[in-house]
Design a protein around this ligand. Structure first.
Ligand code: CA
Length: 231
């Protein structure tokens, strides 16, 4: 017997887009629910308990960012924004509001499926569990019990801030973290308007963990938005 795939709530008012998503997801075994407004989405959220939400930002009765904030007040369900708004500010707003990821329209089936898989892994807590005390990314190994970072057999010495930065990114591997989220987690709420802190310390961290810090392979910059650690 096969395990039923995730139930995905698609919140999108454009018919063509909904058709495309429906075809892409159902052909890969996902079960889907469709909503064309924020109101309908909230109704389905509370009655059907979906595993993941694909959310368009421009809805007829509300903005997707407000809906994200509303959902985040009581649910940690993964929210993937699908939007034609491709500006950095829009992405940052959505991620800061609590969205897990952001896909700019137009996008292909494969990208959509890949981002859904990442969100599902996070939701299941793979590599993100407090019990997973050793995290590995390529040659880099983070031993959270011993607070020790190694590349192959060589120990890498990080400052406490660099260590916090790396662990934060590692616990959210594959997911974009905004400058604001990083500042809040590593430095505290009163530092959220100091993005240069992140830039300076990220540069130092990259010098230590990247083979070629000028062409980072591990910690990827999402220009104007934040950083993502590659899984
Ligand atoms: Ca729309």
């Amino acid at each position: 017997m096969t395990v039923p795939r995730a139930l995905i709530l698609v919140v999108e008012d454009e018919l063509q887009m909904r058709k495309f998503i429906r075809a892409s997801l159902t052909s890969h075994g996902y079960r889907i629910l469709e909503a064309t407004s924020a109101n309908e989405a909230m109704m389905l959220m509370t009655t059907q308990n979906p595993d993941l939400i694909l959310l368009d930002l421009g809805l007829p009765d509300a903005d997707g960012i407000d809906l994200t904030k509303q959902i985040r007040e009581w649910s940690s369900v993964p929210i993937l924004i699908i939007s034609a708004r491709g500006r950095e500010d829009d992405k940052v707003l959505a991620l800061d509001a609590g969205a897990d990821d952001y896909i700019t329209k137009p996008f292909g089936v494969n990208e959509l499926l890949a981002r859904i898989r990442v969100a599902e892994r996070h939701a299941r807590g793979v590599g993100n569990s407090p019990l997973a005390q050793i995290l590995e990314f390529g040659e880099i190994k983070i031993d959270m019990n011993r607070r020790e970072i190694t590349r192959s057999t060589e120990t890498i010495h990080l400052t406490p801030i660099e260590y916090k930065l790396l662990v934060l990114l590692a616990l959210h591997a594959g997911k974009v973290l905004t400058h604001r989220q990083i500042l809040k987690e590593v430095w505290g709420l009163s530092y959220v308007d100091q993005p240069h802190y992140v830039r300076v310390h990220m540069a130092e961290l990259r010098k230590k963990i990247e083979i070629d810090p000028s062409r980072p392979k591990l910690i990827v910059t999402e220009p104007g938005v934040g950083y993502r650690l590659r899984e």
